[in-house]
Design a protein around this ligand. Structure first.
Ligand SMILES: Cc1cc2nc3c(=O)[nH]c(=O)nc-3n(C[C@H](O)[C@H](O)[C@H](O)COP(=O)(O)OP(=O)(O)OC[C@H]3O[C@@H](n4cnc5c(N)ncnc54)[C@H](O)[C@@H]3O)c2cc1C
Length: 472
């Protein structure tokens, strides 16, 4: 394919190619599946994105949207090559409307920058994926990202009022806006979580939420994982919904100790990070008292509550830096994502450790326990022959168990290429065909992010088989 004619669409400095660029864009944070793009483009406006997509249609070239590339299911990996459309240069805040508690920004802006822009007004953008300092608004919308505070505040879709996007034919669409969506079908609900299959979001209006005035945070250590998981189920069963209810195990404690020198009680095998917040001091205090009582009944070793914002930030350190610190344990980390009913957490965690042992892979757990959203992180050296296949098999065993226990194949990291074989565990062929019809309505040619979620293209077969021990 000759990409020279793309130069008529964008300036030369907006086009990247060559081996170094190909390597930088051949995968996201799910690093075990890679594919080289033919070319990478850096548009600066919605109109430029539309021109590139029209060019791709004219030349029948597949294209894949990319934000910060922090996705954990291979979504931004250009499975069939073609054009990677990066939102790196779409980072402007277009309007802040404090009165209507709405902010309008381009889709390549980092999540955290939205909150920073309105913090002095006592407002924030509530979705807070742990990757928020780099992951983009567009990537958050495409994956319907969650985060530690999802338990109380909901996931991204609940905080999006409207989007401007370029559809897979290159037409510019606006859905909703500053005042939300009008009557009719919930197209915003379809776009949020569509993993770049239905087009490229270039701008969005987001809701701004007041920052709670009362915040109480505690880090609680337990001698066993079971005591911690049973506490999680019991806190919610007593009617308390903390803003965050996160869990970390000994593997994560070891990683953050190695990386940042953080100390934890020697006997601790699990930590719970619990945050209660709101606008009424008495209510928040009562919630934290319930948390303390439940943890004590489950023989917690220590219960450390933050006295001020500085101490709060310190208590959050292990949770915020835990995944990054795992690089200290092994060269490669694959973070899995599955959901189970909270009441099944004790049984599920036992199963995760048993699976890791059976496949001889290191595992550490850091996850949104209050949502029942597990993240077993396998750590290994991918140069070891056969280890990647073992990791894939272990991940599948875990996801199968999640579904068996009444949960889901993914909570927040999406299907991408990682989970596409596993969707039939949850859906009938008729369900999947109905979802395929939605894709076809938006994308008749299948050029937008092919081989992901619901592959329609025959050339995708290699991706379906690559890590199943079938492809060479
Ligand atoms: C350390 C770490 C912690 C994480 N913590 C969390 C967490 O707490 N919660 C959570 O939900 N996720 C988490 N993630 C996963 C990831 O950060 C999220 O999925 C995030 O939303 C991806 O954003 P991104 O900008 O990096 O998107 P990318 O990885 O670049 O892309 C992700 C998908 O979105 C599509 N896409 C990107 N931009 C657009 C656009 N403008 N329009 C249409 N489609 C687009 C891509 O094609 C791809 O399919 C974490 C990842 C890491 C590495």
């Amino acid at each position: 394919m000759d990409f020279a004619s793309l130069k008529a669409v964008l300036r030369p400095d907006q086009i990247l190619s060559g081996p170094a660029a190909e390597r930088a864009y051949d995968c996201d944070a799910y690093t075990v599946d890679k594919a080289k793009p033919s070319i990478i483009v850096l548009p600066e406006t919605t109109e430029e994105v539309a021109k590139v997509v029209r060019w791709c249609n004219q030349h029948q070239v597949p294209f894949t949207a990319r934000g910060a590339g922090t996705g954990l299911s291979g979504g931004a990996m250009p499975a069939l090559g073609g054009v990677v459309i990066s939102t790196k240069k779409l980072t402007r805040i277009l309007e802040i409307d404090i009165e209507n508690r709405a902010l309008h920004a381009e889709s390549g802006i980092a999540n955290r920058r939205i909150t920073d822009a309105v913090a002095d007004q006592g407002l924030h953008f509530a979705p807070d994926p742990s990757s928020q300092s780099v992951s983009t608004l567009g990537g958050n919308i495409a994956e319907n990202a969650g985060g530690p505070h999802t338990l109380k505040y909901g996931v991204t879709v609940q905080h999006i009022l409207g989007v401007t996007m370029v559809d897979p034919q290159g037409e510019i669409l606006t859905i909703g806006g500053k005042h939300g969506q009008g009557p009719g079908y919930d197209f915003l609900g379809i776009i949020c979580g569509s993993e770049g299959l239905l087009g490229i979001v270039t701008e969005a209006w987001v809701k701004l939420t007041p920052v709670p005035t009362e915040i109480r945070t505690a880090l609680i250590a337990f001698q066993t994982v079971r005591q911690a998981t049973e506490s999680v189920a019991e806190i919610i069963a007593r009617g308390t919904i903390p803003a965050a209810l996160e869990m970390m195990d000994r593997g994560i404690m070891n990683a953050v100790h190695a990386a940042f020198g953080l100390e934890f009680p020697e006997a601790a095998q699990a930590l719970l990070l619990v945050e209660c917040d709101g606008f009424d001091e008495g209510t928040v205090q009562k919630e934290m008292e319930t948390v303390r009582a439940v943890c004590q009944e489950n023989q917690s070793l220590t219960f450390v509550e933050a006295a001020d914002a500085k101490e709060r930030a310190k208590l959050w350190t292990a949770r915020k830096k835990g995944v990054g610190a795992m690089g200290r344990l092994a060269p490669t980390v694959v973070t899995h994502d599955g959901v189970i009913p909270r009441s099944k957490l004790p049984e599920m965690l036992d199963f995760v450790y048993a699976v890791a042992k059976e496949h001889n892979i290191g595992v550490a757990n850091i996850f949104h326990a209050g949502d029942g959203n597990l993240h077993p992180c396998f750590y290994f050296d991918d140069r070891e022959p056969g280890v990647v296949e073992r990791v894939v098999k272990a991940g599948e065993d875990i996801i199968r168990k999640c579904v068996e226990l009444g949960g889901s194949v993914t909570g927040e990291h999406g299907v991408g290429v990682e989970k596409l074989d596993l969707l039939p565990l949850m859906y009938t062929p008729e369900d999947l065909a109905a979802q395929g019809l939605v894709k076809q309505i938006f994308d008749q040619t299948g050029l937008s992010n092919p081989c992901k979620v619901l592959p329609m293209n025959r050339a995708c077969a290699e991706h379906k088989l690559r890590w199943r021990g079938v492809a060479t």
